[in-house]
Design a protein around this ligand. Structure first.
Ligand SMILES: [Fe+2]
Length: 262
């Protein structure tokens, strides 16, 4: 993908999301969050692709996927007033339909189009589907990592801002200062990604986030986890008991072991 093609995709994104802005050009705050998120995920994807030594065309494609991955969020919110896929629409599928129908990707080579479309479609899937070709899978794994890296950023800034007061609105079963659910502890101890259905407190939510580190794909992503001090920042917000201390140590060891060398 050339620099010009990337530029055209960014311009299309701005134009498309602009159709969801109010008369004065500003966004309703949940949509502004998604605009900011898309930009940061594009930056993360570009950075990871660069750190992994991908070629300039692949780095551009990674960045484009960052811009486009959540494009389904805008019509989802306009139509249903929520970002909860379970009660509205799968936003990955929705974004895939939108981008396919616009024809914005048609100047690209077929394999480039496929990697972008499948990256958008499956970025939020529970697991990566096994029918994808290697090329598409490479980009899908990258966008899933870039997206997770930004969610760490989002959660930690929300805690610093106001103790993540919005969390119970996003997940009605959550009580901010509730205890840790032993099932969540068990899942992360067995290196499984914690289930959102077991999350009952802010601590559970942070442990679930910590468990995503086991699900990252690329050495460059582990490097970002370490360079951005994400594990230490999460630890500071968690209760200081022995079991949690052991979990933090295990996750830290895993990240250090898998990171890209300096
Ligand atoms: Fe998403």
């Amino acid at each position: 993908m050339t620099d010009l093609q990337l530029q055209e995709i960014k311009e299309w994104f701005e134009c498309y999301v602009g159709t969801f802005a109010s008369g004065d050009g500003s966004f309703h705050s949940p949509l502004q969050l998604k605009v900011d998120h898309s930009k940061r995920v594009a930056d993360n994807a570009q950075q990871l692709a660069e750190d992994l030594g991908w070629n300039p065309s692949e780095i551009n494609r990674a960045e484009a996927l960052g811009w486009l991955h959540d494009v389904g969020r805008f019509s989802q919110f306009a139509e249903f007033g929520t970002f909860t896929d379970a009660t509205s629409v799968n936003h990955g599928e929705r974004g895939w339909e939108i981008v396919r129908e616009t024809g914005i990707l048609s100047p690209l080579k077929p394999e480039e189009q496929n990697a972008l479309l499948e990256g958008i479609r499956y970025h939020n899937a529970k697991a990566e589907p096994d029918h994808l070709n290697e090329e598409s899978l490479r980009f899908l794994k990258l966008i899933r990592d870039a997206d997770k890296l930004d969610l760490f950023h989002f959660v930690l800034t929300s805690i610093q801002k106001d103790g993540f007061r919005d969390l119970p609105d996003m997940l009605p079963q959550v009580v901010l200062n509730g205890p840790v659910n032993p099932k969540v502890i068990h899942e992360i101890q067995t290196r499984r990604t914690c289930s959102i259905t077991e999350v009952r407190s802010l601590s559970d939510f942070l442990l679930m986030q910590l468990s995503w580190i086991y699900d990252l794909n690329y050495s460059a992503s582990f490097r970002q986890i370490i360079d951005r001090n994400i594990i230490d920042d999460l630890e500071r917000e968690l209760p200081g008991d022995r079991r949690i201390g052991q979990i933090i140590q295990a996750v830290s060891r895993f990240a250090k072991h898998n990171r890209i060398p300096e």
